[in-house]
Write a protein of this length. Structure first.
Length: 125
């Protein structure tokens, strides 16, 4: 089975979200997103590599020991793809956060924009 451009983009996206060091994260963000790429969800609206890396670092600080994993297949057409994801604990496998994202790709296969939706979030204390 060959990997298509949508799956490649989503794989790079998850690599960026799961990169744990600042240097690794910066490289992964640059590989996944175009220079002026953006990310928008109910809690964030940022553009550019530095801002993207900062949002990712913030989520990792809030959920230490968790990794983003795909939830189902990637579906794409034209320059748009959608996919589900979960934030999974490496300790016990729980997934308190889940969502779905829609990405737009540039000609080079990097992400131009992400529109994220939170489908499951922890209850507030």
């Amino acid at each position: 089975m060959s990997v298509n451009r949508y799956e490649t983009a989503v794989t790079r996206y998850f690599e960026a979200w799961n990169a744990t060091s600042a240097d690794e994260r910066a490289k992964a963000v640059a590989l996944a997103w175009s220079e002026d790429g953006s990310y928008t969800d109910p809690l964030a609206d940022v553009a550019g590599h530095e801002a993207l890396a900062a949002v990712i670092a913030g989520v990792q600080e809030q959920f230490p020991g968790y990794v983003f994993t795909p939830a189902g297949p990637v579906d794409g057409h034209h320059d748009i793809a959608r996919f589900g994801w979960e934030l999974v604990s490496a300790d016990d496998g729980s997934a308190p956060v889940a969502g779905s994202d829609v990405i737009t790709l540039g000609e080079d296969g990097r992400i131009i924009s992400v529109r994220g939706f939170l489908d499951r979030v922890p209850a507030s204390a």
